[in-house]
Write a protein that binds this ligand. Structure first.
Ligand SMILES: NC(=O)c1ccc[n+]([C@@H]2O[C@H](COP(=O)([O-])OP(=O)(O)OC[C@H]3O[C@@H](n4cnc5c(N)ncnc54)[C@H](O)[C@@H]3O)[C@@H](O)[C@H]2O)c1
Length: 420
């Protein structure tokens, strides 16, 4: 794989981020001379010192090793980008206030890089992009008189488990030309057990469909949860019953906050692409976002919110992680601050929110809790007999197949089983 005409085999643009860093470290571990380029100099400094800037399984061990081996280097100098044979873009691709993709971020990143990219390099888009972005990029480079190869190879790992999953998941590779395809396949073949060849537009859809499908799956669970609750039925008894040894229901997720930097915005990217006629995607958004307000209404049925001090347990967007980007815990906090006497928040991993309180303080000073993020360490919490809203079914016992025989519980009692 090594092209000795280049000082580096790969340069990862946005390499200090959640996708870029695990990818760069995994490539360096495979012996690729890897360069991280990022505009965030403060984080580059921390990574250079061996500090992992966010939670990522296995990174604490791997990062010092790849730095010491000399296979991983870091830079904020654009001139260095031309020293790599392959350049991989992993910058963020958010949606804007109209829920449309912010295309100008990709374009201005490319415009910034353009003077430093070298003809003959392979340029890979790894960020999740709006359909046809890869073909646009190839055209744009050509119009600017540049001769680079272009491919789209989406990242599909789950956040926090990138290092583990990158070695297990098939890699989708969509090269604009056969040369780009071959070279990108060779690179990702170093990491993954198999490579799947697609056209760029097919790979772009595949990535967006993967995320939208997951988002809709969560919405189904959340809607089932709200339907059963309104009928006075315990959703987790139904879920256990319907999925017990029944293969076609085994993948139905538990209810809970479907949030984070990817699922929502990628569903909306797809919707923007289909002229806002992705009705399932929009419905999923209403359900997933609406769950937060539903919980508040449900508490308000049983309690006078204006007298209630509410403790929110977990502010990260997912369990056992420190990432608060697009976390619905914050939407819940905002809505509750308007109605409740006090809102206290805590999280064992988040270290960027000065309003967070220690867990013991929140346990002591709240009247009721909402389990926002089911961090494993909350499993054996002493709630001091106070009620907790458990949308996740986190405190449910393992199902032994014998639960689902009782008659339907009365409405209040069923509600009480989740507001414990
Ligand atoms: N987070 C995930 O688990 C995940 C999984 C699959 C795909 N994705 C996709 O990967 C992409 C990146 O997501 P992320 O979570 O890693 O974002 P991130 O914000 O954690 O990382 C992006 C990095 O890019 C850097 N950056 C921004 N603009 C730059 C520029 N012009 N030049 C150089 N560096 C620049 C930032 O400083 C940051 O370090 C997105 O498209 C996202 O949808 C994310």
């Amino acid at each position: 794989m090594q092209n000795l005409a280049f000082e580096y085999d790969v340069c990862v643009i946005g390499g200090a981020g959640h996708v870029g860093l695990p990818l760069a470290a995994a490539l360096a571990e495979k012996g690729q001379r890897t360069l991280i380029y990022d505009i965030n100099e403060a984080v580059l400094k921390r990574i250079s010192a061996g500090e992992v800037p966010f939670m990522e399984d296995g990174m604490e061990e791997l990062l010092p090793n790849v730095l010491a081996s000399g296979k991983l280097a870091l830079t904020s100098k654009k001139e260095d980008i031309g020293k790599a044979d392959i350049v991989i873009i992993t910058i963020g691709t958010p949606v804007d206030e109209f829920l449309n993709p912010v295309f100008k971020l990709i374009k201005s990143c490319i415009d910034d890089l353009l003077p430093y990219l070298r003809d003959g390099q392979l340029l890979i888009l790894r960020s999740t992009v709006y359909p046809n972005t890869t073909d646009w990029l190839a055209r744009y480079l050509e119009e600017n008189g540049r001769e680079l190869q272009v491919a789209f190879c989406p990242e599909r790992v789950v956040q926090g488990k990138g290092l583990e999953e990158i070695k297990k998941l098939p890699q989708l590779v969509g090269g604009v030309t056969p040369e780009a395809q071959q070279k990108a396949e060779k690179l990702f073949g170093l990491l993954a057990p198999e490579v799947v060849e697609l056209k760029p537009i097919e790979a772009e859809f595949a990535k967006l469909f993967n995320n939208a499908y997951r988002y809709i799956e969560f919405a189904i669970a959340n809607e089932f949860y709200m339907i059963t609750r309104a009928a006075g039925v315990d959703y987790y008894r139904v879920l256990k019953g319907m999925s017990h040894n029944y293969p076609r229901a085994k993948n139905i997720p538990k209810a809970g906050f479907a949030a984070g930097p990817c699922l929502f915005k990628d569903t909306m990217q797809l919707s923007a692409f289909s002229n806002n006629r992705f009705s399932l995607g929009h419905s999923a958004m209403l359900v997933n976002e609406g769950l937060v307000l539903y919980i508040i209404d449900e508490i308000a049925r049983d309690y006078d919110l204006s007298q209630l001090k509410i403790g929110l347990l977990g502010m990260a967007f997912k369990a056992d992680n420190d990432d608060i980007r697009s976390s619905l815990s914050y939407k819940l906090k905002k809505a509750l601050e308007f109605r409740a006497k006090k809102v206290l928040t805590t999280d064992p991993f988040v270290n960027v929110d000065p309003e967070l309180k220690p867990l013991d303080y929140v346990l002591e000073n709240s009247d009721l809790f909402i389990l926002c993020t089911p961090h494993s360490q909350y499993k054996n919490l002493d709630l001091k007999g106070k009620p907790i809203v458990d949308i996740w079914g986190f405190f449910e016992k393992e199902f032994d197949g014998k639960l689902a025989v009782e008659s339907t519980a009365p409405a209040l009692a069923a509600r009480g089983s989740n507001v414990r």
